[in-house]
Ligand binder design. Structure first.
Ligand code: KIV
Length: 273
């Protein structure tokens, strides 16, 4: 691992390849701000993803489509302030990379320049996306791909559902992954894909696959932080495992604070000047 920012050993895109070659699993977690970015970084995750799921989680949007480039830049810059070691990847929002390779390069370049991110993530593998990946990687910007359920296409995919379920779909996603690899991505997120199909994709490419709802054979796993912390109670897909129950803890803490204020027991002498 390189260490271009001082003493901290920083994870790089090249480390991703090495990990796959060694059979070591990669851990990816989302964050949208400096505080959680720091906590995730300190927890030892290999990669922090500033996902456009920020639109669902923090802005309360139904889909990720309304998320803007300015919003992603704001959240990425905030997260960068907390992340010193893990690889920081930023989701490119809807319509910032699909229209033309030139626009994709300018928008990705803006994200890199204005946020200090290490890489960007683009969804899909249609010809326009492959052209964008070639343009962006050609300029030296590392790109993570994203196949299977791609949330920015939720409306045409019929909502959040498992993809590549039949033989044709499975063949297509393997082809798409190979095309993304040839275009230059350093890793590929596989979202909502049958475990056997994700295993085939993982075998077919030399870049690491990062699964979310894609079974145990992927080279790494990603979860949305607010989901794994149990902060997002309304979201319970089969793949999600909650490692904490923080929504209940937040309600309990705030309600105890309220009770003590109403009972005039807070602030007491210990918490007064
Ligand atoms: O936006 C996001 O958080 C993502 C992950 C779910 C992979 O793309």
């Amino acid at each position: 691992m390189s260490s271009s920012r001082g003493e901290t050993e920083r994870v790089t895109g090249r480390d991703f390849q090495t990990r796959k070659a060694r059979g070591e699993r990669l851990v990816v977690v989302t964050a949208y701000d400096a505080l959680f970015g720091k906590l995730v970084d300190e927890s030892g995750a290999d990669c922090v993803l500033v996902g456009d799921s920020v639109g669902n989680l923090l802005a309360g949007y139904e889909t990720t489509l309304p998320v803007t480039l300015e919003q992603m830049i704001y959240h990425a810059r905030s997260t960068r302030a907390g992340v010193k070691r893990a690889l920081l990847v930023v989701d490119m929002p809807f319509l910032t990379y699909q229209v033309s390779p030139q626009r994709a390069l300018l928008n990705c370049g803006r994200v890199m320049q204005e946020t200090g991110a290490d890489a960007v993530k683009l969804e899909g593998a249609k010809e326009n996306i492959l052209a964008a990946v070639r343009a962006v990687t050609g300029a030296g910007i590392p790109v993570m791909g994203h196949l299977g359920f791609t949330p920015q296409s939720a409306l045409t995919l019929g909502g959040s559902r498992v993809q590549a379920r039949d033989a044709d779909g499975a063949k297509q996603i393997v082809e798409d992954a190979k095309a993304l690899e040839a275009a230059g991505v350093f890793s590929i997120v596989l979202e909502l894909v049958p475990a056997k199909v994700a295993a085939r994709v993982t075998e077919a490419v030399s870049v690491p696959t990062i699964g979310i709802g894609a079974g145990a054979s992927c080279d790494g796993q990603v979860l949305v932080l607010h989901d794994l912390l149990g902060l997002n109670e309304g979201f319970s897909p089969k793949f999600l495992k909650r490692y904490a129950s923080m929504a209940a803890e937040v309600r309990d803490a705030v309600s105890r604070f309220g009770s003590e204020v109403r009972a005039r027991s807070y602030p007491d002498d210990d918490h007064s000047f």
